[in-house]
Design a protein around this ligand. Structure first.
Ligand code: FA5
Ligand code: MG
Length: 335
């Protein structure tokens, strides 16, 4: 007997999020456990470490006068999440295996970059910051979670600014921001990256406990985005998008991204005084490993992300890490 993996996922027919009703369709893949996460809004809870870190970042000298947008709800259209950012029609992030779709016309934003067009079409022509929760179907490990938080920052420059001037400003603003947050010079490296919405795209990685951890992506915003959005032709801009959990994990020595969702006083209580301090671990449970194996029918459209989501659904937050081991045999069954 075989069951399609979706049989086990607690899927919903009519979806209510933020008081709005949506009809499920063949694109729907958003489970109840994710809908529930949309209500938590961790980055606005006064003494939650993500909210404390957000406040520290937005009050940094260079960015303190930037306009803050933090009230956009996470429901977006494929147009704003992808099209407006020049993400091509065949890009993997547009698929049901990688993103959480409410239905074919709405999804949970996969990045806070999804709001650039909303902001630019309001004829907003000044520097800005966006903060929000973002959602992705992703691997299961201590640094990935299906819901996490991003901060995007966009800074404008005069039209005649050269690429090298903008990239230098971008890199020095980011390094100054990070040095200020850590209170010491950080150990970092730049790596080449690709984003459809930026040119000269880069990522920064920070060294922590002898591992390089990717923290943010950035680049010069493609001029088409500024001109199509607000008809801005007399300015250029850099943009970056930073993972708040990643930064908080390094800064506070939090080993596991699931911790941010804890409602345990032993976690939240450590930050109730509003101070960003090193985390003191409290787990009393020893680690435990399990092997799971199953058959996948040849040519089935199984994607590992379907299995990861199933693990999240059934194991909830007890599971920290899933490693994929492909068994080298292909077995042919006769139906
Ligand atoms: C983006 O999301 C781009 N929108 C960033 C950007 C903005 C680039 C503006 C250029 C201009 P990326 O997919 O790399 O890029 O994610 C950005 C950061 O989010 C990562 O560097 C990482 O810190 C964090 N991140 C990504 N996936 C996860 C995850 N599943 N869990 C936790 N943090 C994550
Ligand atoms: Mg990246």
């Amino acid at each position: 007997m075989s069951f399609p993996i979706s049989t086990f996922s607690r899927q919903v027919q009519n979806i209510k999020i933020f008081g709005k009703d949506f009809l499920a369709d063949s694109f729907t893949n958003i489970p109840q456990s994710i809908i529930e996460k949309t209500n938590r809004i961790l980055y606005k809870q006064k003494t939650h470490p993500l909210s404390l870190l957000k406040n520290k970042l937005i009050t940094f000298l260079t960015f303190k006068d930037f306009q803050l947008f933090e009230n956009f709800i996470p429901i977006v259209t494929p147009k704003s999440n992808f099209d407006d950012l020049l993400i091509p029609p065949a890009h993997i992030s547009r698929t049901r295996t990688d993103s959480f779709f409410i239905n074919s016309s709405h999804l949970l934003r996969t990045h806070t970059t999804a709001h650039y067009a909303d902001i630019l079409t309001q004829q907003h022509q000044g520097n800005f910051v966006i903060v929000g929760d973002v959602y992705r179907r992703d691997t299961v490990d201590k640094r990935h979670y299906p819901v996490f938080h991003q901060m995007d920052i966009v800074r404008f420059f005069p039209a005649d600014s050269s690429d090298s001037f903008i990239v230098q400003s971008l890199q020095s603003d980011i390094v100054s921001l990070l040095n200020a947050v850590f209170g010491r010079p950080i150990d970092f490296r730049w790596t080449a990256a690709y984003f459809p919405f930026t040119e000269a795209s880069l990522e920064i990685e920070i060294r922590h406990n002898n591992e390089w951890i990717e923290l943010l992506g950035c680049g010069i915003l493609r001029q088409e985005i500024l001109s199509a959005g607000a008809g801005i032709t007399n300015k250029r801009a850099y943009a970056f998008g930073l993972g708040l959990e990643r930064l908080a994990m390094i800064l506070l020595d939090i080993q596991d991204i699931r911790m941010f969702w804890s409602e345990d006083e032993r976690f939240l209580g450590q930050y109730s005084d509003g101070m960003l301090k090193k985390f003191t671990p409290f787990s009393i449970f020893p680690q435990s490993w399990r092997d799971v194996s199953f058959w996948i029918k040849e040519n089935s459209n199984f994607h590992p992300n379907d299995f990861y989501q199933l693990v999240r659904e059934i194991g909830c937050d007890l599971i920290q890490d899933v490693s994929l081991v492909r068994f080298p045999f292909i077995i042919h069954f006769v139906d």
